[in-house]
Each structure stands twice: as structure tokens, then as C-alpha cells.
Design a protein around this ligand. Structure first.
Ligand code: NAD
Length: 299
């Protein structure tokens, strides 16, 4: 049975680790939260006492942590996992982190003769549970072939992409989520204008889906309450995908735009919109809640 060390068993990591167990992997798990660890151990994983302990003897090491500083502290430095692993071990980090830190991790892994890939995901908790995540991977073609074998236990094989070299997965993820924020806000603005002028949002949505304004927010995530069954809008904007996470991803995208000398004005404005929702105490609501602040009739 192939073995994997899984570090970070939160909302995403927990169900992903369970899918690896279901696919026949032996999972050695670690999380700072005892409750998160116990949940995955109950599903068949072995509890480790530290990240280094989890990684000891594993064929593959996998992390799903909040941000770059957590991944760096677990993997790099004198106390880090990298320096304990045998040469050639595959290490995958699926956390959403800044591309610069991802590149530092690649560099450090190379120094320790390890095969590293940044493999952030798209799809959220529901896709993590269903094993239908999309993965965008940065690193060598050789590491990608090895990574795909692991990732297909947690995602759709046709949605596992080799985005490009070191850090490219994180760049693809940040750019995608910036575009998602922009078209969600645009969709909300269009629906608010329609509703204020007597249009039925359901009818207007059908018109836009059949026209050039068609986009993912309209297709599967309609932000007007009741237009689409199962969308967070119909469940009082319970996530779904939290405003806090979108604000984090826009921070990463805007930082990247700045470092690349790109004036991503709409990305910056989207960042302002989501920061303002956080300031209003809506950080834990779904990111489509921007609809409520635009449409007076929803107030
Ligand atoms: P989470 O906060 O639920 O889980 C993170 C886990 O990491 C927690 O259980 C925490 O205890 C653990 N942790 C933190 N530091 C640790 C350390 N040093 N050692 C071991 N464990 C440690 O977060 P999540 O929602 O699972 O997200 C994980 C990553 O996936 C983030 O980077 C997030 O941006 C990204 N992501 C989340 C979603 C989503 O919808 N939740 C979607 C796509 C991507």
C-alpha cells in the first residue's frame, strides 16, 4: 500500500485525506488541532505527533495549510520536513499561498534533492468531499507525472493541469480567483440594475446566459436569492466560498500583479469590495453576498 503523510486536516484537508484513504493509500496524518486529527484517524489514518513524524517513512508528503508562512515553517529550516526526507521524495503543497513563497519552497526542495510541486486547488469544500477538485500544478514535467497519480484520488483527472514551472500553480490560482471575483461583482451589478428597473432576475439571468454576458457565476452560482437551487444566495448567503477566503486570494493576486508591474485595476477594486464586506462583519458569509449590498430590494 503506498503511504502518504498528510499535514493540515482542516475544512479542505480533512475530506481530501479521507479520499486518499478510500483510494487505498495508507495515510499518516498531522494537524495542530486534535479534533481535526481525530476525525481523520476515525476514518482510518494513523495519528502522527508532528509533521516530521508524519513524513518519516512516507512515499509522498502532502500539505493543505492556511498560508505561505505555515507551509514554510513546516517544510523549511532546521526543524523542517524537507531536511528529514530521503532524496527523490515527492512533496506536494496544495495550500493557496503566494507564488514567491512557492518558488522559495521549490528552491529549498531542490537543495535537498526532493521533487516538489505547488498544487493549489479549485472547487471548495463540496468538491474536496466529492473528490472532484481541480488541481493546478507548478514544477517539472517529471514531478507532474508522479503528482497526477496522487492527485487523481482527490480530484477529476481531466482537471489536473500542469500550469508551468515553479510557482505556476499559484499564479494560475490567483489569476483565476481574481477573474472570479470580478465577474461575480459584475454579475451582481447587472442583476441589481435589472431588478431596479422591473426585470425579474430569473428572466434576466436566462437572457444573459444566452448572450455575451454569460459566465460561471450565472451558470452555477447565481447570486440572486431563489434563482438557482442550491446556490448560497438561497441559503441566506451561507458559504459556499467565504468572503474571507476571497479577500485572501485577491490579496495574493494583487500582490502578484504589483510584483509583475501589471496595473490590474479591476482586481484592486474587487479587493476593496471584499475588504469592505469584511469590515461590515460579513467575512464568514458567501462571496456572492455582494449582491445584497447592491440591490436595494434585498436590503
Ligand atoms: P482550515 O483553516 O480549515 O484548515 C487548515 C488546517 O491547518 C487547520 O486544521 C489547522 O489546524 C492546520 N494547521 C495550521 N498550521 C499547522 C501546522 N503548522 N501544522 C499542522 N497543521 C497546521 O483551511 P481550509 O479551508 O482547509 O484551507 C486550506 C487551504 O486551502 C488554504 O490555503 C485555503 O486558501 C485553500 N483553499 C480553501 C478552499 C475552501 O473553500 N475552504 C478552497 C480552495 C482552496
Amino acid at each position: 500500500m503506498p503511504s502518504i503523510a498528510f499535514i493540515g486536516l482542516g475544512n479542505m484537508g480533512g475530506p481530501m485525506a479521507k479520499n486518499l484513504l478510500n483510494a487505498g493509500w495508507s495515510v499518516s496524518a498531522f494537524d495542530l488541532s486534535e479534533a481535526a486529527l481525530a476525525d481523520v484517524v476515525a476514518a482510518g489514518a494513523t495519528a502522527a505527533t508532528s509533521a516530521v513524524n508524519a513524513a518519516s517513512g512516507a512515499d509522498v508528503v502532502f500539505s493543505m495549510l492556511p498560508a505561505g508562512k505555515h507551509v514554510k515553517s513546516v517544510m523549511m529550516g532546521d526543524e523542517g520536513v524537507f531536511q528529514t526526507l530521503p532524496a527523490g521524495t515527492l512533496v506536494l503543497d496544495a495550500s493557496t499561498i503566494d507564488a514567491a513563497t512557492a518558488r522559495e519552497l521549490h528552491e529549498a526542495a531542490r537543495g535537498a534533492s526532493l521533487a516538489f510541486m505547488d498544487t493549489p486547488v479549485s472547487g471548495g469544500v463540496a468538491a474536496a468531499q466529492a473528490g472532484t477538485l481541480a488541481f493546478m500544478c507548478g514544477g517539472t514535467g517529471e514531478a507532474f507525472l508522479r503528482a497526477k497519480d496522487v492527485l487523481k484520488a482527490m480530484g477529476n483527472e481531466e482537471k489536473i493541469f500542469h500550469a508551468g514551472p515553479d510557482g505556476a500553480g499559484q499564479v494560475a490560482k490567483a489569476a483565476n480567483n481574481m477573474l472570479l471575483a470580478i465577474h461575480m461583482i459584475g454579475t451582481c451589478e447587472a442583476l441589481a440594475i435589472g431588478a431596479a428597473n422591473g426585470l425579474d432576475p430569473a428572466v434576466q439571468s436566462e437572457i444573459m446566459k444566452a448572450s455575451s454576458g454569460n459566465n460561471w457565476s450565472l451558470q452555477v452560482y447565481n447570486p440572486w436569492p431563489g434563482v438557482m437551487e442550491g446556490a448560497p444566495a438561497g441559503n441566506d448567503y451561507k458559504p459556499g466560498f467565504m468572503v474571507d477566503l476571497m479577500a485572501k486570494d485577491l490579496g495574493l493576486a494583487n500582490e502578484l500583479a504589483e510584483q509583475s508591474d501589471i496595473d490590474a485595476d479591476f482586481g484592486k477594486r474587487a479587493g476593496d469590495v471584499y475588504r469592505s464586506l469584511q469590515e461590515q462583519g460579513l467575512g464568514r458569509d458567501d462571496f456572492s453576498i455582494v449582491m445584497k449590498s447592491l440591490a436595494k430590494s434585498l436590503g
